[in-house]
Structures are given as C-alpha cells and as structure tokens.
Write a new protein. Structure first.
Length: 256
C-alpha cells in the first residue's frame, strides 16, 4: 500500500509564528540595548564617612567601593553600590573588630518635568556577611533638580539598628563646572528624626531634627575615565545632639 503524506498547514503556521516570535524578541532586545546605558565604577577613598559622621566613620581605613548602573531611555534606572567597612554591622561600629560590606540596591525613575528633573526611587541596604533583618534598611526617595541644584529627601521606612522608622534625611546639593575638567560642589544635610523605634529609644537628649553636615567637594577629571576628588566635611550633630566632628576625605574613581 502506498501512503502519501501532506505537509500540515497548522505545523507550518506554528513554525512561522515561532520564527516571528524569535525575530520580535531579538528586535525588542536590540531596541532595549540601544535605548539603555550600562555603566560602572571602582573607587578608592581614604575613609568612608556616611552622612557627615566623621567621629565614627563606616571605614576608618581606606575603603574600596564599587557599583554598576543601568539607565533606560524611558527614565527607569536600577543600580548596585557597595563599600568595604571596618566593622561588623551586627556590632557597635566603634569596636572595629570585624570587616563587612555595605550593599545598596536601588531602582526608580528619573525624567524631565517642565524645567526641572524629577527622580523617585527606593534603596535597600544589605550588610554582608551578617544578613540580619535588623540592619536591612529601606529608603524611598524623591528628588528635584534644576539649574545645577538638587533637593532630595530620603525616608526610612523600617526600624533598623541605626535608624528609626520615619527618620528623614534631607539634602540640598549644588555642583558647578569650573572648566571642562574641574568642578566644585556643596552639599547641605539635615535630619528630621522619627519617634521611639524598635532599636533606638527616645531619651531626654533626643532631638526632633538637626543640622547634619556641610560637604565641600573639589574634583578633577584626570582622564575621561579617571577622576580624583577631595571632600571637606563639616559635621553637625546626631539625634542626641552629639558632635559628628569634621573630616577630610580623598578619593579616586575609575569609570567604565
């Protein structure tokens, strides 16, 4: 018996659809790639002073810092930043007996709104190797930039060992290009403090708000990918009125 076969129109259609699907995915990936920018950096800083806290720096010795950022033409961004520390996040920073790393993961959107640029996002803080929930912070943020100045507010959304829910860090920064390779900047920091938290309790010395710092920066682009800078830090006070001290930090960055 002779058996004849015919090509199945359904299978042909399925194969065609798969080809079109593969082509669509390839074109979409290419489109995303052309509209996106991926950058990274590695930095060496003489000391890691967080938010004006020169008395108890996050790293009292030179720190290595690194990060990577993805920015899409739509304004969506996501990034990762990290730094070496000279203490274990689970212990008192003043002990300085163990080493760990701070790891910040952030995402959000940034785009033009009239003459200004609006940025909204959230940052998650993870300290390794501890991975303790008591140190995993979450901070939503909103920022508005115009004419070289940026006003930003970061709101702590979770009680952690170093901050209470409701603590709000407010900065006003300004940057000015002296020439094509040299720029100067200033950053004024202020804190509004939340009430009693799970780990930090109010005391008679507790402040509701306070001046945090002024940071003056001078940077020089040595090559298109290498920048050196100096930060002069004038510290304010913390939530109980303790002096944060002053500091001078030097840093070098390689961008890629």
């Amino acid at each position: 018996m002779q058996v004849t076969t015919k090509a199945c129109p359904l299978n042909n259609k399925k194969g065609t659809n798969m080809k079109f699907g593969t082509l669509a995915i390839t074109l979409l990936a290419a489109s995303v790639a052309t509209q996106a920018q991926l950058t990274g950096h590695v930095d060496l800083t003489s000391s890691y002073i967080l938010r004006g806290g020169a008395v108890n720096p996050e790293s009292s010795v030179p720190a290595v810092q690194w990060g990577v950022d993805y920015a899409h033409a739509s304004g969506v961004y996501i990034g990762y930043w990290a730094s070496s520390l000279t203490y274990d996040a689970a212990t008192d920073p003043q002990e300085g007996t163990q080493f760990s790393t701070e790891n910040d993961i952030y995402a959000g959107w940034s785009g033009a709104v009239g003459p200004a640029t609006l940025k909204v996002g959230v940052t998650s803080y993870l300290y390794l190797p501890d991975q303790l929930t008591s140190t995993m912070g979450i901070e939503p943020l909103v920022a508005v930039s115009a004419a070289g100045a940026t006003l930003m507010a970061q709101f702590n959304a979770k009680d952690v060992t170093y901050s209470n829910f409701g603590d709000t860090y407010i900065t006003l920064a300004y940057s000015y290009a002296i020439d094509s390779t040299i720029s100067a900047g200033a950053n004024l920091g202020w804190y509004v403090y939340g009430k009693d938290g799970k780990y930090i309790k109010e005391s008679p010395a507790s402040e509701s708000q306070g001046f945090r710092h002024v940071i003056l920066t001078l940077s020089k682009k040595v090559t298109p990918n290498i920048t050196v800078a100096t930060d002069a830090i004038i510290g304010g006070v913390d939530r109980v009125g303790a002096d944060l001290g002053n500091g001078l930090v030097g840093r070098a960055s390689i961008a890629f």
